[in-house]
Write a protein that binds this ligand. Sequence first.
Ligand code: BTN
Length: 243
Amino acid sequence: MNLFYFKTLDSTNLFAKKNIEKFNDKSVIYCDIQTNGRGRFDRKWLSNRKDNIFLSFILKPQEKNILKLPLTNLTQYLCVVLAKVIETYNVLTQIKWPNDVLINEHKISGILAECVWSGKDFRGLVLGVGVNLNYEKEDFVNIEQKATSLNLEIGQKINRDEFLKKLVDEFFKNYDDFLQIGFPLIRKEYVKRFLYLNCEICVNILNNKINGKIKTINNDGTLDIVEKETLCVRRVNIGDLTC
Ligand code: BTN
C-alpha cells in the first residue's frame, strides 16, 4: 500500500481518475484542502478546512472480481470500516443506506465511488471518502442535509493523521476477503447499525421516486421496499434515501 499526500487538490477523486495509470493497486491519495470537492449526484462536498479527511483509494482488482461485485457493495464495505473507526472515539454510529455514516441521524461522512474505463478496458476504481473531523457548527449552515463533525460530538480536536492511519489499516485488513465474499462478510456489522428498517422512506432513483417501507436488506446489500401505493415489493440497488 502507498500513501500520497498533497496540500491542495481540486478533488482527490478527480486527481486519482486523471492519473490512474501512474498509481499501483491499493494506492491512497489524500490532501488538506479540496478546491472542488464533489459528492454524489453532483453535489458539492465541504472541503475548505484542513484537519479533515479528503481521501481516495485507488483499487485495481482483477476485472472478473469487480464485475462480480457491484460497486455499491464496496462502498458498503467502506461504510462499515468508517463506522468502526469512528466508534473507536466512543460514539455510536448509524448507517443510512447505502453508504452514509451518521451520528444521531447527522451525516459525518460520505463516499463517492467511480469506475475508470479506457474504451472497453477497465483501468481501476476510485473510492473517495470525506469525513468531517474538525468543523465548527457554523460551517454547516448552508448544507442541505443535517451534518455533524467528530470534534463536535466528543468535544475535542481530532488528530487527522491518527484517524487516517486507522481508516487505511482497517480498510485493507479485510479488503481481499471482501472481494471474494462480498456483502455477506459485513452483513452483520452493517445491519446492526442500519437505520429506517420498517420505516416510511423515499428513494430517489434518477428521476423516479419510490415511497414505501423498508422491508429487508438482502444478502447482496440491496433493499426490498414495500411500495406504499401498490404494496408491491420493489428491489432497489441504487438511489438516494430520504425520510
Ligand atoms: C457524498 O455525497 O456523500 C459523497 C461525498 C464524497 C466526498 C469525498 S472527499 C474525497 C473525495 N474527493 C471528492 O471530490 N469527493 C470524495
